[in-house]
Design a binder for this molecule. Structure first.
Ligand code: SAM
Length: 234
């Protein structure tokens, strides 16, 4: 299957194993991943946010229940919400989730915004689990026609070491541990040397994280900067 499908399937398989009840997809785009996740009955709250509201609106109605969904009693619980907003801003409605996914989003942020993103996700939203995917620049030698970045809007593409170093710092700062994996294998015999085409970090919140710099909410701040675009209850 194409790489974008493999990335989404990775999340679906993770959801099947870990059964999160509340899931947020950051940079949800046209809601492709959310549409796959709505079939997982353990999920009670499924939320998406993207800075590009028009992109979300284009396909969001595909998240509406279809008539057969009402025949499925296990759908009773599901609520879907979509927002326009930037992952560099804190919104109080995004705290307390079991799983946050960020698929091919981080490389679209400037370095300063990556810092804000780390703070917002790991320091403010403080979910139990986080899945982050991003291109592995070491793999680009296998991608004909890619001279610099894979996409013109990418602000950077990390090597495995660069991704690891960002991830380890986040873990230290905010009390998480991380496992590295990926999707898209290199040709035979070269997997070790270059790694996966898409690198993935799976983060788990540690216990006793009071020691870490979880951010306190400033009352004067706007608590709800994101705009609700769509909400549906099954
Ligand atoms: N996650 C989707 C997927 O796997 O197909 C879309 C990936 S697309 C390459 C990156 C998405 O991130 C775009 O939809 C873009 O609008 C969104 N994005 C970029 N900067 C953002 C920001 N600061 N806050 C929220 N979303 C952002």
């Amino acid at each position: 299957p194409p790489l974008h499908k493999q990335r989404h399937q990775f999340v679906v398989d993770f959801v099947k194993r870990n059964k999160p009840k509340k899931v947020v997809d950051l940079g949800c785009g046209e809601c492709t991943l959310l549409k796959m996740l709505k079939f997982h009955h353990e999920i009670e709250l499924l939320v998406g946010v993207d800075v590009n509201g028009a992109k979300v609106k284009k396909r969001m109605h595909g998240l509406a229940p279809i008539s057969t969904d009402y025949l499925e009693p296990s759908y009773d619980q599901l609520c879907v919400e979509l927002y326009q907003g930037s992952v560099t801003q804190k919104d109080a409605r995004f705290k307390g989730f079991d799983l946050v996914t960020s698929i091919e989003l981080i490389e679209h942020l400037t370095p300063a915004d990556v810092e804000l993103f780390s703070e917002v996700v790991f320091g403010y939203m403080t979910p139990k689990m986080v899945i982050i995917s991003t291109p592995n620049s070491e793999f680009n030698i296998f991608m004909p026609g890619v001279s610099c970045y894979r996409h013109s809007d990418h602000k950077f593409e990390w090597t495995r070491a660069e991704f690891r170093s960002w991830a380890m710092k986040v873990c230290l700062d905010y009390g998480y541990e991380v496992e590295f994996t990926g999707v898209g294998k290199a040709p035979q015999g070269q997997q070790e040397a270059v790694g996966f085409c898409t690198q993935i970090g799976v983060f788990y919140q540690l216990w006793g994280r009071d020691c870490c710099k979880t951010l306190l909410v400033n009352d004067a701040e706007d608590l709800f900067p994101y705009t609700l675009l769509y909400r549906v209850n099954y």
